[in-house]
Design a protein around this ligand. Structure first.
Ligand code: AHR
Length: 516
């Protein structure tokens, strides 16, 4: 100590600091032999509503359009969604579902009546995209349809006949009508939602009233042939735990397969949302913290469900989630068109990690929405199309679909700005059927590369491959002039030594590391 005191002050300080500051070690221990629930591929589902330019212009342009199309579906979007192998697609809404009358959307398009889309911009809906157009689209992109019936302004009879029209294989007025409209075989659609947001745009009902309505609708939602319906009760908005409690208490478990939940990541307020592309570091972290609250939400709704359904027979379906920002300047406020930056990619990564973590209860989830609306996968402008950073997250995370959730332990440093703080690394681990271990790692730090040590337990690793989503900054996004500012490429900055993997995770990037 005496000797130390004889050093000049700066050296003395350095000497003391070296004793007091211990660099945070970023370490991930993956237990490759400790698998638990299977991560349902349906967690990676999507949602397409008759809203703004999602269906019209985004998916459907009609067979006579100058935009290259296959039977009326725009070819670029069709191909991009097919490549993504999305497991399911929810339709026709959203709020639109509770004012949609399916019989208006069948038969010769010239004879279909129009309606006003009162929720979304008050535009005229010409019903040229209806049941056949939706189900044929699902077939083309290889996805499973999830249809939401109209409870708010419809009837039990209307929904019951829709199911008969789509699924009945024998002789009946509805199946004959389907055949007359060109579809000989039934589609055998399994996933049916009974209303949407029945506490709000779907009829402003009380939970008790909706629970009774659900029982009535579900009674007449029939199974035809060998097709057993999977019935989804319209669930709560974010923190409305009472709604979940009342439904679980009043609906017999044998009458429902799942209950839904909606949660959007907004910063600011519903009345005053913030920009999708312009934000500082504190707003950035606030957005990610809001997204991370999905964990608490699922935990709390699930624990209510556990009291009535300890065996977890009823699934939780988060059939609307994603970011909701101010619309792009100059666009129709009712169309909900927003850009999509690396920040959105992190919201997706964090949220999907949370769904994976709750794989025992979360059966399905649907990002809002597929094209040109809210946190979209794809944006279009006339003949032009771009893939958003969010699209690329779903591409990377495909590895987790139907894989077994693995336990892991992560110690990592925090990133903080103002009052906001989160862990820099956000991770999920799973094992595919062929034994490949999948590690998704998001480094949300805006400008710090993180050296991560991964200890692989319970596997004798032979080879590692990795892909990374990167862009120049946290607010980077793709435009119609620069379509690859944010993109996925092969990633090589790692070293495997026996069962230890050293990875240099770039600042603001998302990796999918696959170990065999
Ligand atoms: O996704 C946009 C809207 O958000 C949906 O129509 C509605 O269900 C929710 O409020």
């Amino acid at each position: 100590m005496k000797k130390c005191l004889t050093f000049p002050l700066p050296i003395l300080l350095m000497c003391c600091i070296s004793f007091t500051v211990v660099a945070q070690k970023n370490q991930l221990i993956v237990n490759a032999d400790q698998g638990s629930a299977t991560i349902n591929k349906h967690i990676y589902g999507h949602f397409a509503e008759h809203l703004g330019r999602c269906i019209y212009g985004g998916i459907w342009v009609g067979p006579d359009s100058d935009i290259p199309n296959e039977d009326g579906y725009r070819l670029d979007v069709l191909t991009a969604l097919k490549n993504l192998q999305i497991p399911n697609l929810r339709w026709p809404g959203g709020c639109f579902a509770d004012e949609y009358h399916w019989t208006d959307g069948i038969g010769d398009p010239k004879d279909r009546p129009t309606m006003v889309n009162t929720h979304w911009g008050g535009v005229t809906e010409d019903n040229s995209f209806g049941t056949h157009e939706f189900l044929n689209f699902c077939e083309k992109i290889g996805t499973e349809p999830y249809i939401t019936g109209n409870v708010g302004s419809g009837s039990v009879d209307e929904m019951s006949k829709w199911i008969e029209y789509i699924n009945f294989d024998g002789e009946s007025p509805m199946s004959n009508l389907r055949k007359k409209n060109g579809q000989e075989n039934p589609w055998n659609i399994k996933y049916w939602g009974v209303g949407n947001e029945s506490w709000g745009c779907g009829g402003n009902m009380t939970a008790e009233y909706y629970a009774n309505e659900y029982r009535r609708y579900a009674t007449y939602a029939r199974d035809y042939g060998g097709n057993e319906l999977f019935k989804i009760a319209g669930g709560a908005s974010d923190w409305d735990f009472n709604w979940t409690e009342v439904l679980m208490k009043n609906i017999p478990l044998r009458m429902m397969d799942a209950i839904s939940l909606h949660y959007y990541t907004i910063t600011g307020t519903w009345a005053e949302k913030t920009s999708a592309t312009q934000f500082d570091n504190e707003r950035y972290l606030k957005t990610l913290s809001q997204a991370a609250r999905m964990d608490e939400l699922i935990t709390r709704h699930s624990s209510i469900m556990d009291q009535y359904d300890p065996e977890k027979k009823v699934g939780l379906i988060v059939d609307e989630w994603g970011t909701w920002f101010e619309v792009e300047p100059g666009t129709n406020p009712g169309f909900l068109f927003q850009q999509n930056t690396m920040r959105d990619a992190f919201v997706a990564a964090i949220t999907l990690n949370i769904f994976n973590k709750h794989a025992e209860r979360v059966y399905m989830a649907n990002l809002a929405q597929t094209v040109n609306v809210l946190q979209a996968l794809i944006l279009t402008d006339d003949t032009n199309m771009i893939l958003t950073p969010t699209y690329h997250i779903f591409d990377l995370y495909r590895a987790h679909q139907d894989a077994q959730l693995l336990s892991h332990h992560l110690s990592t440093e925090e990133v903080s700005f103002g009052e906001q703080k989160l862990e820099s690394l956000q991770v999920s681990t799973s094992k595919s059927a062929d034994g490949t271990v999948n590690i998704s790692i998001a480094n949300i730090h805006p400008d710090k590369k993180i050296d991560l040590e991964v200890l692989l337990r319970g596997i004798d690793p032979k080879s590692v491959t990795a892909r990374a989503l990167t862009g120049p900054s946290i607010d980077a996004y793709n435009t119609f002039d620069n379509k690859e500012a944010v993109k996925v490429s092969d990633f090589k900055d790692f070293k495997l030594n026996k069962s230890q993997l050293q990875i240099s995770v770039p600042a603001h990037s998302v990796l999918m590391v696959r170990v065999k």
